[in-house]
Design a binder for this molecule. Structure first.
Ligand SMILES: Cc1ncc(COP(=O)(O)O)c(C=O)c1O
Length: 462
């Protein structure tokens, strides 16, 4: 061992110790991070790869957290940030506009479904969800429909961790219990998932009952009390199940019939992840409000948005009291807006939405092969570059893993051993940066293949 090896390993140890002492890592369990190999300190990135501070290089199989569309290490985006900071780092978003915010808003209005025209910038997906819900409620309030305060959400869907976003969450990823009672007036309805239909029906005989039953709930609650429904066009947290066309057309018809706004949560779906600019563009419907985050800047700067139709925005034009009750100090941050615009221009210039659709088909085909090779693979599902590999102890008998199998711990470790960073348990999320090519997809799927084989060996399944 050379002197520089020693100092570099001391540096790694020192960072690990200080991370455990001072850094509160989001949602991760301290006891997991404190295990020998539990703390990974990411240091640099290029393309689809990231490298930790030990020098180990991994494929970023989750694009961070469905974020890094254009890949890591784009110095062009650093140059844009530098230029904007030198020119103007900040302006009060409660009172003024900036050119980067205007440029980004105009660009988004040109890419989103035609009806979407007015863009309100915030900093995170959760804030975008909060803003969208407030927009929906105040839209009805300003129009005199003051009882329309309830929000419908779907079981299995994730929408964030701030108070309102956490309330509408229907996924059990976050433990809501310590914070209850949460926001009143949120109603959870069943989601769409033809692999595990909550109504035990089969498509097409079901005539998308999963959409139709929402009308019963609206009627039961009294339509005059419902402000909006929030739903991901294609829900990742609910298993990457792409709804049939009739799901969204039926939901749109129901909402129109009862004056309920649709908030399409595009925080993951947006910016090419599903092979179109936005997930809702797979369907012949337009939402009233959309939320975006993640891919909007590929993570090069924190920014998100709630985006509304002109009809929604018009309800806020009038007296001062009619103005949208939404405002945060970092909203429409000029540096984030400039970086996001440059990021969107890269997605456009390099045709990454098309790449997501094309390479995504190859990824889907490769993942399907895994099901033939491994007993534990029960299903592979997804669209564009947003997929999941579903695992069960015995798919044929419908038997899930037991707590003792500890797949939540095993799977991430086994993938890491193959040079893959991914979110994994009984479901492996596969959502690499949109710049990935076919050869890189093959390397990624090879790694998953070996890791699943090792899982079967470790659990004695074969
Ligand atoms: C669909 C959806 N909505 C909202 C959010 C919340 O976004 P953020 O973590 O940026 O607050 C997420 C986060 O993953 C998400 O997946």
């Amino acid at each position: 061992m050379t002197v520089s090896d020693v100092s570099s390993s001391q540096r790694v140890d020192d960072y690990r110790a200080r991370a455990l002492e001072h850094l509160w890592v989001h949602t991760a369990q301290y006891n997991d991070l404190a295990k020998d190999d539990g703390m990974l300190v990411v240091e640099s990135g290029d393309g689809i790869y990231v490298t930790d501070n030990k020098g180990d290089r991994y494929i970023d199989a989750m694009a961070g957290l469905w974020v890094v569309a254009v890949g890591h290490g784009r110095s062009e985006l650093a140059d844009v940030a530098k230029r904007q900071i030198e020119s103007l780092a900040y302006a009060n978003p409660f009172a003024y506009a900036t050119e980067p915010a205007i440029d980004l808003a105009s660009k988004l209005a040109s890419l989103t479904p035609e009806a979407i025209n007015k863009i309100h910038f915030v900093n995170s997906g959760s804030e975008a969800v909060e803003a969208a819900i407030r927009m929906a409620k105040q839209y009805h309030f300003n129009r005199g429909e003051r009882r329309r305060t309830k929000v419908i959400s779907r079981i299995g869907s994730y929408h964030g961790t701030t108070a309102m976003a956490m309330t509408v969450n229907g996924s059990n990823y976050i433990n809501k219990k310590p914070f209850e009672p949460l926001m009143p007036g949120v109603i959870h309805v069943e989601n769409i998932n033809c692999a595990r239909c909550p109504f035990e029906k089969t498509y097409p005989e079901c005539e998308v009952f999963c959409a139709r039953h929402i009308e019963d709930e609206i009627k039961f609650q009294d339509p005059a009390t419902i402000a909006a429904i929030i739903a991901e066009p294609i829900s990742t947290s609910n298993g990457n199940w792409a709804p049939q066309q009739e799901y969204w057309t039926t939901l749109r018809e129901i909402c129109d019939r009862h004056g309920v706004l649709i908030i399409a949560d595009e925080v993951i779906n947006g910016f090419g992840r599903t092979g179109k600019w936005f997930g809702i563009q797979h369907y012949p419907v337009q939402p009233d409000i959309m939320t975006v985050a993640k891919g909007i800047s590929s993570g090069y700067a924190p920014i998100a948005a709630a985006m509304a139709t002109q009809e929604v925005a018009d309800a806020f034009v009038g007296e001062r009291a009619d103005s949208f009750a939404g405002g945060i100090t970092w909203g429409a941050h000029p540096v984030s807006c400039a970086v996001a615009l440059a990021n969107v221009e890269i997605i456009e210039r390099e045709r990454l939405v098309e790449n997501s659709a094309r390479v995504g088909e190859h990824l889907a085909a490769q993942l399907t092969e895994l099901q033939k090779r491994h007993k534990v693979v029960s299903d592979t599902r997804g669209i564009g570059l947003m997929h999941s590999v579903e695992l069960k102890r015995d798919p044929e008998a419908g038997v899930d893993f037991t707590e003792d199998d500890k797949v939540g711990e095993l799977m991430p470790r086994l993938l890491k051993e193959q040079g893959l960073l991914a979110r994994a348990g009984a479901s492996i999320s596969v959502a690499p940066p949109l710049v990935i090519n076919r050869e890189e997809v093959d390397a990624l799927v090879d790694g998953i293949d070996v890791a699943i084989g090792n899982l079967e060996r470790e659990l004695g399944i074969g």
